[in-house]
Design a protein around this ligand. Sequence first.
Ligand code: BT5
Length: 328
Amino acid sequence: MQTDIRRTLLEMFTNAEGEYVSGQRISDLLGCSRTAVWKHIEDLRKEGYELEAVRKKGYRIVTKPNKVSTNELLLGLHTKKIGQNLHYEETVESTQKIAHRLAQEGAVEGTVIVAEEQTAGRGRLARKWYSPKYTGVWMSIILRPAIPPQHAPQLTLLAAVAIVQAIQEVTNVLPDIKWPNDILVNNKKLVGILTEMQADVEQVHSVIIGVGINVNQKLEHFDSDIQHLATSLSIEEQKEVNRAALMQAIFLKMESLYEDYLENGFGLVKHLWESYSISIGKRIIARTLKATIEGHAKGITNDGVLLLEDDNGTVHHIHSADIELSSK
Ligand code: BT5
């Protein structure tokens, strides 16, 4: 949506002080058709504005989206590192992109890039990640662990555990983890995690953990291609969830797991991760770039690799795949 149209529309609704504004008046003001007005209203809804439409009266704003401010995120944040160096932006292409640049420029460990909206949010394999304005948590966290590159996937699992624990603390939702990077509720996707790194052959320079959480979207806010597979915390809770409080809880949980991980290794995270996983012990189908393998998910290795035993008894080491539960 063009910023000048958005500004004009929002000014008009603010001046109306909660009263209805007719579709005709809006179309006169913007100099566009009634159909275009409807489209602009839909765009505002996608940005988190709740608008009521009443026949013969017009439209009015019921609630505005709530923003996450740097102040809110820092106030009462009791971490040592994670989240203390914060980059907040209203709109970005992808927080990952900014994180990569800042990491290269020497950003301190624990730096977090947060945006209200991503216009080119991405998932694995260059898939699209929908990140509408004011409704979710879209952030990238920079860590600098002194670990070999092959251990970096462990941090995806660490992040998943921290996010599940934080969600359980802030809401009544009990999510499951689907290997390697999805957090689901009732089999619908609530969270996606994208871990990328800057490394040479021996040593990691930085690990960038991208976290996307659907928080206050209503079902109609989701684009049609993901409506059947996505959910948000507010859909599950049936009320708005405070994004800043959720982020603070994630920073705290992540920091304490990360400190334990650096000191004692992957053991605790592995144990917790397995306790939240829906795939381990089940019959699953794994689609890798090369093949589709069906079998029994036996567990994960210390490197976070999935062990999948097929019907011939061969155990496959799965490094990257999309998995689903088998109906067999
Ligand atoms: C992921 O990829 O799940 C990783 C998503 C990471 C997003 C964060 S947001 C902050 C940071 N900045 C970025 O640019 N990215 C990270 P993958 O497993 O490949 O899943 C992608 C698939 O999830 C898509 O193909 C859709 O089917 C689905 N999807 C897209 N947007 C979604 C959403 N908002 N909620 C649920 N599912 C979604």
